[in-house]
Design a binder for this molecule. Sequence first.
Ligand SMILES: *Cc1c(COP(=O)(O)O)cnc(C)c1O
Length: 432
Amino acid sequence: MEWENSKQLYEEACRWIPGGVNSPVRSARAVGMHPIFIKEAGGCRLVDEDGNTYIDYVGSWGPLIVGHSHPCVVEAVRKAAERGTSYGIPTRLETSMAQKVVEMVPSMEMVRMVSSGTEATMSAIRLARGYTGRKKIIKFNGCYHGHGDCLLVQSGSGVATLGIPGSPGIPEEIVRHTLSLPYNHLDGVRDVMERLGSEVAAIIVEPVAANMGVVPPRPGFLEGLRQLCDAHGAVLIFDEVITGFRLAAGGAQERFGVLPDVTCLGKIIGGGLPVGAYGGKREIMLKMAPAGDVYQAGTLSGNPLAMSAGLATLELLSQGGVYDALEEKGRYLAEGLSGAAKAAEVPMVMHRVGSLGCGFFTNEPVVDFESALKSNTRAYAVFFQEMLKEGVYLAPSQFEAFFVSLAHEKSHLDRTVDAAARALRRVKEELY
Ligand SMILES: *Cc1c(COP(=O)(O)O)cnc(C)c1O
């Protein structure tokens, strides 16, 4: 397999774009490569600029749960574009979207649309601080909540991939009120809440952590956070930017039966266009301007193209049997990959929740960021490259998830597992 065109395009991109990419996670440095450049996609298939095709398990990092360029989504965007791409004046589409979200997500009574997941979490934090009049926030190591200043502490995803703890450019004073604690360790949170609970505005958590690889919550962890927030008057924020509309129609909160006060959404809600949203209890949401005094705004918020793509996607997800199908596809793939690792005698801990999963190259349990970091990232790099040669596109980092979509059919999953069997044998030869 050749990547000559991608290589040239990357070199050209590096002259004009820092690192050649518009988001660090697209860099393939961690797996010892340059990124491949994509020309087009359809269903679960990607085509690169050298004409190679791949079965895609990134799906634009989660949004494309119905597959690339689904006809219903494309048609909705096309029709919307013909009526105008943006007005900056309200449309009925925004109300339809808000109603749809409230109908699907159990804890949400009102919702505000923004243009990215980062905006959603930043705004949710501001809202929680405005609502409680408190300053401190608690987050968890290895959870990524976008790149807002006060949340870019011990965050996973690209920051973990590059091996940097935080980021220059964020003054100490800004993160002074951010406490980052180990994921899945309720005792640690309880201790902090007992000491500082009356100063804590919010606890923000990925209900299934999916930016340090995939780490599900231990039984009782989310319930415990709910109780601690209730006991100390803090706002519980679920960052469901990945898990929302993926783990169930109502996201992780439906799947695990724990309801937050405020939910952040992104990715799937935009159907592949730039969208985020946050919402929750009416009483809290009415603090937002112009109903209340906490300010947040956006020129392109609720953009008609984005609302149309998102609504079309949510409609497709509202059809019966969709989540059972996703569950089954996820299970089939995860079991196939696990089996392939076992057969090749390569240590792998497989985590999966619904259609979201990750195989860690380690044989020790992965329960938090610390244990995730013990994975053999060199083994992952070899695996990634071998899978790429086999025509399977995985995230170019151990600390990301695989995303299965409705467009992945059994034949694609079988081809993936066959490819993994060969790739893992080569991982074994090179590293174990
Ligand atoms: C992707 C992600 C974000 C940030 O969303 P952007 O649209 O990239 O700004 C926030 N939280 C989680 C859990 C995410 O996975």
